[in-house]
Design a protein around this ligand. Structure first.
Ligand code: C2E
Ligand code: MG
Ligand code: MG
Length: 606
């Protein structure tokens, strides 16, 4: 009720009554309107809704009860407080009045104060009611708005959760896939392998196999044609592999040039073998890249998905081991894993660990084997041969540990230590006059050392420290060193030659070096491998290749040393062939330093 003057509608059929109430109320600042019957009441209410209605009961057409009833039924007026003013004073009338919906009942004749007080009360009540109503509406609106706000906030949250989830899926996709080929990466591959393994453990009918594929000599492509071509090739390989698989199989790029395959729902290992053969066949066809046509083979290791495996990593490891065996057997082929290979791999790993420890603890020894001049029959040189004094296995042969130490990068340390020790020992013996000072020391150097940039300066510093005269130092290298015929190697060899160090080509005949370029390296001697010396006896008439080898050495201005001489017959034959030097068990096995010095001091002659 926002009007200052409350609006009161008085309904009475008697104009006198109306007049009385009108003048009384008007005096008290009420806005009063009058209606004589139902029709005018309706019109009045339509024009403006009153704040309160004073209603007479007894009226000619429609009585007060009916009017009250109608007003209460009418939505527009239902809330307007109605007070009856009537001469009827019976309880029955009052009850009927209240039943028809009035809020109060004033009996005539009335005291005007009472009328005023009741009117005020009900106006007040109505005001309070309206206020509550308004407050309620406001509250409702506020609740509605809050609900809407909350709904909006929820929607926004849901949106950002969706975006985040999408992003997460994208990220997960990136994390679990190889960016170059789009294939699952190692992490995802291991997960899938784990699933397959789990399924195999649960369902005896479910069988699977793992294939580990490594490209053969991929590095050559990268090094010669560049990484972009390498990448292009990897994508092409991935496509060819995918084309050989069913949609149920998993192909993954495990890293570099390695791929993994999980072959599911197969009946036996033959399915894996057939697939490997198909892959090898497909890979053997040239790859037509954007600028080059290249050939790329691969080696494949196959492992049966046995349910006995504890972890998927072990399954993959064994497929990897089988792949290595395929490479060792000549590449471009497959190999099926068998557990013995695992034992061998473990042994190799153990050997590598032991070797690292051996280097730290200096568990190596140098043995010496005499080299005899066939013209004088006397010892002219010693070959230093390394031994490993293993804490539990005793003396270990270099044949067993040199290749492994080359593989794991320990050869430089071990080999330079041998060189240093041999030079030191021989130099001390010269000083102590235990040796004739023309006796030479021959040391084997691994091909790996030649890729070390500071090899020459290392050798220089050993020479300087041990005070050995380099003319008594011989270095033995195998054919593999010169096989690349590289300028860098040639350069190193010439620098050694400049220092007057003797160069011996060891194991001559076992490699593939070409005689035409052997000529361009500054070797002093060829050491004929023991296998040829051995065959000399089997092949009495022409003595195999040995005469030719001695001939080659001499024709190139080099001396010939025969290795592995075990019998007096061999010695005699070599002498006949004018071989210059010989070495072998016939003279002496390689001996530790105390024993070799004893042997030398006994001045043997053969
Ligand atoms: P190598 O340089 O050809 O050494 C000769 C090998 O033949 C030695 O084996 C020696 O004991 C063996 N031998 C000598 N005379 C006879 C014989 O009459 N009959 C038979 N059957 N064998 C004989 P070892 O000491 O086991 O060394 C094997 C190989 O290990 C060496 O072959 C050499 O290639 C390598 N090696 C040894 N010490 C070193 C080293 O300090 N550095 C490097 N890089 N390699 C080494
Ligand atoms: Mg040697
Ligand atoms: Mg040899």
């Amino acid at each position: 009720m926002n009007q200052i003057q409350p609006d009161i509608l008085v309904i009475d059929d008697k104009p006198d009554n109306l007049r009385v109430l009108f003048s009384l109320l008007h005096r008290h600042d009420y806005n009063v309107r009058e209606a004589l019957n139902w029709q005018t009441t309706v019109d009045m209410c339509k024009t403006k809704l009153p704040d309160l209605i004073l209603l007479d009961i007894m009226m000619p057409d429609i009585d007060g009860y009916e009017i009250c009833h109608q007003l209460k039924k009418w939505q527009l007026t239902a809330d307007i407080p109605i007070i009856f003013i009537s001469a009827l004073n019976d309880v029955f009338d009052k009850v009927k009045a209240f039943n028809s919906g009035c809020v109060d009942y004033i009996s005539k004749p009335f005291a005007f104060e009472e009328v005023l007080a009741r009117i005020n009360n009900h106006l007040e009540l109505r005001r309070a009611k309206m206020e509550i109503l308004q407050l309620n509406t406001e509250l409702e609106n506020r609740v509605k708005k809050r609900t809407q706000d909350l709904e909006n906030a929820l929607k926004e949250l849901q949106n950002s959760v969706n975006i985040r989830q999408e992003l997460q899926t994208k990220l997960l996709n990136i994390v679990l896939h190889d960016s170059l080929t789009g294939l699952p990466n190692r992490v995802l591959f291991i997960r899938k392998l784990e699933k397959a393994l789990q399924q195999a453990k649960e369902e005896s009918s479910y069988k699977f196999a793992v294939l580990f594929l490594d490209c053969d000599r991929f590095k050559v492509i990268n090094d010669s044609l560049g990484h972009l071509v390498g990448d292009e090739l990897l994508v092409a390989i991935a496509r060819r592999l995918q084309a050989s698989l069913s949609p149920f199989d998993t192909l993954s790029r495990l890293g570099g040039d390695e791929f993994g395959i999980i072959l599911e729902n197969i009946t036996d290992i033959n399915s894996a073998i057939i697939l490997a053969e198909e892959i090898l066949q497909k890979l053997s066809i040239a790859f037509k890249l954007s600028r080059y046509e290249v050939f790329m083979n691969a080696s494949i290791g196959i492992n049966w998905g046995s349910r006995d495996y504890e972890k998927p990593e072990y399954l993959l490891r064994d497929a990897d081991t089988a792949m290595y065996r395929a490479k060792a057997l000549g590449r471009a082929r497959y190999h099926v894993f068998d557990p013995i290979m695992y034992q061998e791999a473990i042994k190799l790993l153990q050997l590598e660990n032991d070797l690292r420890r051996a280097v730290e603890r200096q568990e190596f020894l140098v043995f010496y084997q005499p080299i005899v001049s066939l013209s004088t029959g006397k010892i002219t040189a010693l070959e230093a041969l390394v031994r490993w004094q293993h804490p539990t296995r005793g003396l270990v042969s270099p044949i067993e540990f040199i290749p492994a130490s080359e593989e794991i990068g320990l050869i430089n340390q071990i080999n330079l230590w041998v060189l240093q020790t041999a030079c030191e020992t021989i130099s001390t013996w010269y000083e102590q006059k235990l040796l004739d000072d023309s006796l030479c020391i021959s040391v084997n150097l691994s091909a790996r050392l030649f890729s070390q940039r500071d090899l020459i300066s290392q050798i220089d510093s050993i020479i300087e420290q041990t005070k050995i005269n380099p003319i008594y130092l011989k270095i033995e290298i195998t054919e593999s060193v010169i096989m690349g015929n590289s300028i860098a190697i040639k350069n190193i060899l010439y620098q050694l030659k400049e220092r007057k160090i003797n160069l011996i080509m060891d194991d001559f005949g076992t490699g593939y070096s070409s005689l035409s370029y052997l000529h361009s390296f500054p070797f002093n001697s060829l050491k004929i491998d023991k296998t040829f010396v051995k065959r000399m006896q089997e092949n009495q008439e022409n003595m195999g290749l040995v005469p030719a080898m001695i001939g080659i050495a001499h024709s190139m201005g080099m001396t010939a040393i025969a290795e592995g001489v075990e019998t007096p017959e061999q010695l005699a034959q070599l002498r006949n062939l004018n071989c210059d030097y010989a070495q072998g068990y016939l003279f002496s096995r390689p001996l530790p330093q105390e024993l070799i010095i004893d042997l030398i001091s006994s001045s043997p002659q053969w």
